[in-house]
Each structure stands twice: as structure tokens, then as C-alpha cells.
Design a protein around this ligand. Structure first.
Ligand SMILES: Nc1ncnc2c1ncn2[C@@H]1O[C@H](COP(=O)(O)OP(=O)(O)O)[C@@H](O)[C@H]1O
Ligand SMILES: [Mg+2]
Length: 316
């Protein structure tokens, strides 16, 4: 019966593709994720943003199964996967890319995608994909010209797109993308944004942690903002950009934009004034301390100020 219902519907009730439900993660005395609840829908690009140390990576690890939550649940396609191992989530349709590049350096780009496909499908008893299918995938992510190159000889941006191709080889319903645009130049990032929209239009759900605010604001349908492990805002890009709590969590231009403009921007003229004012300073939406975390951040501005004490860093 439920098979005949449209995707995401069970007996009339809407079921999000992914639900993170009151998840708590504690590392000793550090609360990395604090009662976080948010969803990612099929057919949408969802952003997960927040200052460094906010708990984004920990959330990703909980969703993909690398980190067991202290409390709370993760549901995928309406069923709890909270205790399920990584490979079972992957089999059910979750695909993940890592900030750290994981391709086999000695294989060609094409063979890396072929191997990823074999791993996802199971090698025994299943047809190998035709070379055409693999090449179509390489074409789709924009790296076809590198098909015969060894993976350890390609530029970082291309390697990141190869990660995406390897993830797509598993035909995931949900893509978890960790800093997918780092290493991409401006035009590659534009193409990448178009590809994300295409993938969502096919009905896939995409959840991405990303620091490039132009990309996030440009492609996301919904954005969730984490700060100190808690979700402080969820909404469409325009709402997130105007949210004073979000602005306070980032490099503080909320002090420079009068509060009444931020909150009361309801008339056309006002919205126009406000949005352009914020767009001018939008590159300020760089997470506090962004420049200090070389493994996860490509800062949009050259120099970030010193990291304020977040009060939740683990003892060094
Ligand atoms: N394995 C760990 N052990 C102890 N503390 C951790 C561990 N992983 C993350 N943390 C801490 O949890 C908080 C959230 O980290 P993280 O999820 O990496 O944030 P983000 O990805 O938003 O930068 C930070 O204070 C971080 O130092
Ligand atoms: Mg992180």
C-alpha cells in the first residue's frame, strides 16, 4: 500500500528523507551536539552551517553512522537507523563524501568510479556497469577529460569532483557532502551548484556542510544553523541571512545593521535595502575561526580574527 504512495508519504503523513531527532553527542565533558533536531527532504538541497566547533562534522558522523549519539535518533526514509552500521545505511541509500579525499591514487579516475560502483552494488552476481555508464557519470560531474589520468595526479578540485562521482556511483537517495566546494575555482563552483540543483531535481536529497556562503545561499532550499551544538535557526536562505541570532554567531555585522532593518524588513523597499546591504557584507558570513581549521575550511576572506573562546573546546 505504502509503495503506491508518492515518495515521502506514508498513510498521508509526510515522512522526511532524513530526520535528526534531538541528537546529543558528548565527548567527556564536551557537549558537541546538544539536542539537535533537523530534517533533510528528498528533492531539496539542505545546508548545515555554523561556526567552527559548532558540531557540524559530529552531526554528519552521527547521520552516516561513524559516531554513536549519546541520546537521540536518526531516521532515514521513515525508519530508525540510529544503531545501524555505516554499510547498512549506505545500502539503504545514504552516500557520503569526505573532506579527506579517499580515491585510490594508483587507479585512473575512471577505474576509481568503477570500483566505487562495484563496492556499492556488491561485486558478485551483478553486472558490471558499461564503460559508457561510467563515462556518462564522469561527464556529468565535469571530469571526463581526466578519465585516464591517475587519481593521484589530478588537481584537488578535480579530486573533489571525483569523490562526488564515486558517491553517485552508488546511486544514493541522500548525499551527505562534507565541504564539497573546497579546492574548486569560481567557475567550477558555479557548475557544481548547477549539478547539485540537477541532482535534487531528480528527487535526491542533499545535505551539505559548506563554508562558501555564496554557494550555500545560492543553491540551498533550506539551511540549518548550528552554534554550540544547538540548532539556532532553520529556514530559507533569505530568512537565515536576516536572522539576528545567525549574524551574531558569525563575524558580527549584526552590530552594524540596525536591528529594525533585520527584523522588520517586510515592505518591498525595506527588503531591497536590507538585502543589498547584507549582500555587500555577505562574505563576512565566514565562520568565526574559519582560518584556523585548515582541514575543513577555505576562508572566503583572507584573514579571520582570532578565535574567541567557545567554551566547549576539549582540553589541549
Ligand atoms: N572526538 C572528539 N573528542 C573530543 N571532542 C571532540 C571530538 N570531536 C569533536 N569534538 C569537539 O566537539 C565540538 C564540535 O566539533 P565538530 O563537530 O568538529 O564541529 P564543526 O564540524 O562544526 O567544526 C568541538 O568543540 C570539538 O572540539
Ligand atoms: Mg568540521
Amino acid at each position: 500500500m505504502s509503495d503506491q504512495l508518492p515518495h515521502g508519504q506514508h498513510g498521508g503523513a509526510h515522512v522526511p528523507l532524513l530526520e535528526v531527532d534531538h541528537v546529543v553527542v558528548q565527548f567527556g565533558g564536551v557537549t558537541a551536539v546538544n539536542e539537535a533536531s533537523f530534517v533533510a527532504e528528498a528533492g531539496q538541497v539542505t545546508g548545515l552551517i555554523g561556526p567552527n566547533g559548532a558540531g557540524k562534522t559530529t552531526c554528519f558522523n552521527v547521520i552516516s553512522g561513524l559516531q554513536k549519539p549519546t541520546r537521540g535518533k536518526v531516521r532515514f526514509r521513515g525508519r530508525s537507523v540510529t544503531g545501524a552500521p555505516v554499510h547498512r545505511r549506505s545500502k539503504r541509500g545514504m552516500g557520503r563524501t569526505f573532506q579527506r579525499l579517499e580515491a585510490f591514487g594508483s587507479l585512473t579516475v575512471r577505474d576509481n568510479v568503477r570500483v566505487a560502483h562495484d563496492i556499492h552494488r556488491g561485486i558478485v552476481g551483478l553486472l558490471r556497469p558499461g564503460a559508457k555508464d561510467i563515462d556518462a557519470l564522469l561527464e556529468r560531474v565535469g571530469i571526463a577529460e581526466y578519465a585516464d589520468e591517475r587519481a593521484d595526479s589530478i588537481p584537488t578540485g578535480t579530486a573533489r569532483l571525483l569523490e562526488l562521482a564515486r558517491c553517485l556511483a552508488g546511486d544514493p537517495q541522500l548525499l551527505l557532502l562534507d565541504e564539497p566546494s573546497s579546492g574548486l575555482d569560481e567557475s567550477e563552483t558555479d557548475d557544481f551548484g548547477d549539478l547539485l540543483r540537477d541532482l535534487a531535481a531528480e528527487g535526491r536529497g542533499i545535505l551539505m556542510v559548506e563554508h562558501d556562503m555564496d554557494l550555500v545561499m545560492g543553491v540551498c532550499d533550506t539551511i540549518h544553523v548550528l552554534d554550540f551544538g544547538s540548532v539556532i535557526a532553520s529556514g530559507a536562505p533569505g530568512d537565515i541571512r536576516r536572522d539576528p541570532a545567525v549574524q551574531r554567531a558569525y563575524l558580527g555585522y549584526s552590530d552594524e545593521v540596525p536591528e529594525h532593518e533585520l527584523v522588520g524588513a517586510s515592505t518591498g523597499a525595506h527588503v531591497g535595502t536590507h538585502v543589498s546591504a547584507v549582500e555587500e557584507t555577505r562574505t563576512d558570513l565566514v565562520p568565526v575561526g574559519a582560518a584556523t581549521d585548515a582541514t575543513t575550511v577555505i576562508p572566503v576572506v583572507p584573514a579571520a580574527p582570532p578565535v574567541p573562546s567557545h567554551g566547549q573546546e576539549p582540553p589541549r
